[in-house]
Design a protein around this ligand. Structure first.
Ligand code: ADP
Ligand code: MG
Length: 381
């Protein structure tokens, strides 16, 4: 496993349950994945020699972090199969390449213009029109590296963003909902799509996901069809997530692709026949994929560091929320990622609730989180 956060950790839980050994390459020791893996190798992602040595010691390389430099990926691929695959990673590591890939497939995406580092940003904004969002082409996550431009508002900030790096300018869409489809593609080329999730963000960070999303059947089917086309087009082996924007008229467009398990797929652990992490394991080891059918309606709420009282600026671990209060709510599961310091905005864990219907699952998970936040310090961190 290249990358050592919560996605690698949840993969490792499944892999070890099924008798596999997991080695993880991590930039720091004692990582969320390293705590559970058989072996944690501490090295920087851009240390191609270390990545090569690491890959020599395993049967297959997968990842939970897509921004691994291409020299390191090539070094790994020379020693072991890299799944999802070097092409899939190259196409999805850069927003402009990703959009060109989508356009080539004939898949609907957000209208955009590309600007090279130091290029003519104003011309691109003029072409797309405002309101628009200027996003760095590489290394964006949780809304980082994005500036909204409305008329003249935000232009100076956008110019500063675009001065030293390539950006894309996207039309800012009015959204009815945000959806995502997590899917797996096996070594034999078969694809299994999970039910679409509906996602709500707070401060650009995913806050609440629920599935199966309450959308028209035609919208759900279209989203799944597009997802299959994307995974096949990428020739990806493993798990990926396609994020969609749904506009009020029913128009669906792809926002972005993550070539790995996704935060909106965490609810598959309790909500689906096979979790996204087991699908990743099955795909990269050449096993048949499991059923991606839903078991029960499920909702997931992220637990950010903000919930820990007395968290940094001072770097203190913070006092944990009241998990006992959260778990008194029926149908709720707690997942904590083993991160030491609770910083604002840092994903520390999540709660998932299942119920007979989606509304009840959402109500349960939000109540559980609310109860946890109200009663600090009653349980160990
Ligand atoms: P990240 O890599 O941070 O997830 P995204 O491109 O998915 O970046 O943007 C994060 C969030 O910002 C989206 O989920 C959506 O809520 C909002 N957003 C981004 N681009 C647009 C857009 N073109 N129109 C409307 N909302 C957008
Ligand atoms: Mg996103």
């Amino acid at each position: 496993m290249l990358g050592s956060g919560q996605l690698g950790r949840m993969f490792t839980v499944v892999a070890r349950r099924m008798g596999y050994h997991v080695h993880v390459l991590s930039p720091a020791s004692g990582s969320p994945t390293g705590q559970l893996a058989d072996r944690e190798v501490v090295a920087a992602y851009d240390d191609a020699d270390a990545v090569a040595r690491f890959a020599s010691g395993v049967d297959v390389v997968t990842l939970e972090f897509e921004n691994i430099p291409s020299a390191s990926l090539d070094a790994a691929a020379a020693r072991a199969p890299v799944r999802p695959g070097v092409f899939a990673l190259h196409a999805t590591q850069h927003r402009a390449r990703e959009k060109r890939f989508l356009a080539g497939l004939g898949v609907p995406h957000v209208p955009f213009a590309e600007v090279a580092a130091g290029g003519d940003l104003d011309a691109a904004i003029g072409e797309v029109g405002t309101p628009c969002v200027v996003k760095t082409a590489g290394f964006g996550y949780d809304g980082k590296g994005q500036v909204r431009v409305d008329g003249d508002r935000g232009r100076a900030e956008a110019r500063a963003l675009a001065a030293g790096q390539a950006v894309v300018v996207e039309r800012f869409l009015e959204l009815e909902a945000e959806l995502s489809v997590v899917a797996a593609r096996g070594l034999d080329g078969s694809v299994a799509t999970f039910a679409p999730a509906r996602n709500r963000h707070e401060r650009h960070i995913l806050d609440l996901s629920s599935a199966p999303a309450p959308v028209a059947r035609a919208v759900a089917e279209r989203a799944r069809e597009i997802t299959v086309a994307v995974l096949e087009g990428l020739e990806l082996i493993g798990v990926a997530c396609v994020e969609f924007f749904l506009e009020p008229g029913g128009r669906l467009s792809v926002n972005e692709i993550a070539p790995r398990p996704h935060n909106s797929g965490h609810l598959t652990i309790e909500g689906a026949e096979t979790s996204q992490f087991e699908q990743q394991l099955r795909a990269v080891t050449g096993l048949p994929l499991g059923s991606a059918a839903p078991r029960r309606p499920a909702a997931m709420a992220n637990l950010l560091g903000d919930l820990w009282s007395g968290a940094p600026p001072d770097g203190a671990p913070g006092v944990a929320p009241d998990w006992a209060a959260a778990l008194a709510e029926p149908g709720v599961a707690l997942h904590l990622y083993g991160k030491d310091a609770a910083r604002p905005g840092r994903k520390m864990g999540h709660l998932t609730a299942t119920a007979d219907d989606l509304q009840e699952a959402e109500a349960r998970v939000l109540r559980a989180r609310e109860r946890a936040a109200r009663g600090h310090g009653a349980a160990p961190s």
